[in-house]
Design a protein around this ligand. Structure first.
Ligand SMILES: Nc1nc2c(c(=O)[nH]1)N[C@H]1C(S)=C(S)[C@@H](COP(=O)(O)O)O[C@H]1N2
Ligand SMILES: [Mo]
Length: 197
C-alpha cells in the first residue's frame, strides 16, 4: 500500500475521495448475477448466531423498527464513488439489539446466493443499515430492493443487495468476492482492494 501525504486514517465524508477513486453522478449497477425478484410478503431476514439461535424478521417487522435517514458517500472497488447518497433504513444496532451474541464475524447472505464477510463490529455503532429506500423511493430491484445492506465506510461490495440474513461466528468465513481475491476487510481509505493490500 502507498501512503499518500497527509493520510490520517480518519474516515472522511462529503468532500474528499478515497485514493484511486473517481466521482460519478450516475448510479452504476454491479451485480454478479441476475436480479432476483423478491416480493416483500415473502421477504425474510434471518440472523443465526454462533450458539445456534436464529432470529427472524419479516417485512412488517422490519418496517415496524425505527428507521433513519442516511446520507453517505459510497465507494465501489471498480473505482467509482458517489457522494452524499440518500437512503432510508434500519440501523443494524436496532435490528441486532436483542440478539445475544459474542461473535466476532458476520457472513452476510443475499437472495440469489451472494455473500460477503465483515467483522460484526463494523455492522454496529451507527455504521450499517438495512436500507429499503434510495432517494426517497423504494430501492429499485437492480440496486438491491426490496432491501439491501448499506455499509458505506467499506468498499460497496460489502453492501449486500437483496439481503436475506447473516450468520454470526467466531471465525471469519470469506464471502463471494473475498474468496475470489478481494480484500477481506476493504477499507477504501487504505485502498484495501485485493487480498494483501
Ligand atoms: N447480492 C449482491 N450484492 C451486491 C453485489 C452483487 O453482485 N450481489 N455487488 C456488490 C458490488 S461489487 C457493488 S459495487 C454494489 C453495487 O451496488 P449497485 O448495483 O446498487 O450500484 O453492490 C454490492 N452488493
Ligand atoms: Mo463493486
Amino acid at each position: 500500500m502507498v501512503v499518500s501525504p497527509g493520510f490520517t486514517g480518519r474516515r472522511r465524508s462529503g468532500t474528499e475521495l478515497p485514493p484511486g477513486q473517481y466521482l460519478t453522478h450516475e448510479f452504476p449497477v454491479l451485480s454478479a448475477g441476475p436480479t432476483p425478484q423478491i416480493r416483500t410478503d415473502h421477504w425474510e431476514f434471518t440472523v443465526a448466531t454462533e450458539s445456534g439461535e436464529t432470529y427472524k424478521w419479516d417485512w412488517k417487522a422490519l418496517l415496524a423498527l425505527p428507521a433513519e435517514d442516511i446520507t453517505r458517500d459510497i465507494h465501489c472497488v471498480t473505482r467509482w464513488s458517489k457522494l452524499q447518497t440518500e437512503w432510508k433504513g434500519v440501523s443494524l444496532d436496532t435490528v441486532l439489539a436483542d440478539v445475544e451474541t459474542a461473535a466476532d464475524y458476520a457472513l452476510v447472505h443475499s437472495y440469489g446466493g451472494y455473500t460477503t464477510n465483515l467483522p460484526l463490529e463494523d455492522l454496529l455503532d451507527g455504521q450499517a443499515w438495512i436500507a429499503y429506500e434510495y432517494d426517497g423511493e423504494p430501492i429499485h430491484p437492480e440496486h438491491g430492493g426490496p432491501a439491501r445492506l448499506l455499509v458505506p465506510h467499506l468498499y460497496f461490495w460489502k453492501s449486500a443487495k437483496w439481503v436475506r440474513g447473516m450468520v454470526l461466528s467466531d471465525s471469519e468465513d470469506l464471502g463471494f468476492w473475498e474468496t475470489a481475491g478481494y480484500h477481506e476487510y476493504g477499507d477504501p481509505w487504505k485502498e484495501q482492494r485485493y487480498a494483501g493490500d
